[in-house]
Design a protein around this ligand. Structure first.
Ligand code: FPP
Length: 241
């Protein structure tokens, strides 16, 4: 397990940003208004996380199941990375944050992919926190894809079945790109829901969970600090006594 200089700060924090729609509906506004404010919350949390010495912040921005939403909402969600990076890349640069993406790029519109890859390129030399967007991401599909890739190598005679172990599987998951911090240390979900929703199933095997009743647009650095404080007081045993 990769060590942080300050042991009580989690290396990898992953967030399920839930409740944008409900937040907007409470105000009698369209759901997209909630996503808009959700973008501001992403900015606030990213800045605080980078100041706290977190190595990787993974945000569940669009799941493989989110395509089931109404087309106008999907369209709006696909535009968000374009607008987010347009506005915030200078601030990310200032904070030495590097952008990364995990997920299936195939179905993502070209303009959205272009914006994400551009932000990745522009920030590639930054040595601070990795801001890792899970975009068109689904954990079961990720594991199935890794299984296919490994099986192909077996069929091609490149590896022996006996060589398939946890480390080899990890190397074929999207999260290989955030090595050595693939394992989530702290998983945070907003809006009071308490489930994983197909998010980093393998990587969350030993993570600590923190649930907040706040809706995602209400989230900020202080709530992150509360979660970090709670994490600090947990005892992680990884199956030992
Ligand atoms: C869940 O709320 C949120 C999403 C599916 C989208 C997440 C997107 C953001 C937080 C905006 C920032 C994104 C980027 C790329 C900068 P929901 O719509 O499921 O809310 P509900 O459960 O109340 O309906």
């Amino acid at each position: 397990m990769a060590e942080n200089t300050e042991i009580s700060v989690p290396n990898h924090v992953a967030m399920i940003m839930d409740g944008n729609g409900r937040w907007a509906e409470q105000l009698g506004k369209p759901r997209k208004y909630g996503h808009e404010e959700g973008m501001e919350a992403v900015r606030r949390v990213t800045i605080r996380a980078s100041e706290r010495g977190i190595k990787v912040l993974t945000l569940y921005a669009f799941s493989t199941e989110n395509w089931k939403r109404p087309p106008q909402e999907v369209h709006f969600l696909m535009q968000l990375p374009i607008r987010f990076f347009d506005r915030f890349v200078p601030e990310l640069q200032e904070k030495n944050v590097r952008v990364n993406m995990i997920g299936f790029p195939e179905k993502v519109p070209a303009s959205t992919k272009k914006a994400i890859y551009k932000a990745m390129e522009e920030t590639k030399d930054n040595t601070g926190m990795i801001l890792n967007f899970a975009f068109n991401y689904g954990s079961r599909a990720e594991i199935a894809k890794a299984t296919q890739a490994i099986c192909q190598k077996v069929v091609a005679g490149e590896i022996n079945v006996k060589e398939i172990n946890e480390s080899l599987i990890e190397q074929h998951l999207f999260t290989e790109s955030i090595s050595p911090y693939q394992d989530v240390d702290l998983l945070i979900r907003s809006s009071g829901e308490q489930r994983l929703s197909n998010f980093l199933l393998w990587q969350n095997a030993y993570s600590e969970f923190y649930f907040s009743d706040l809706l995602w647009p209400e989230f900020n650095g202080d709530v992150l600090d509360e979660a970090l404080l709670s994490y600090k007081n947990r005892q992680r045993r990884y199956g030992a006594v």
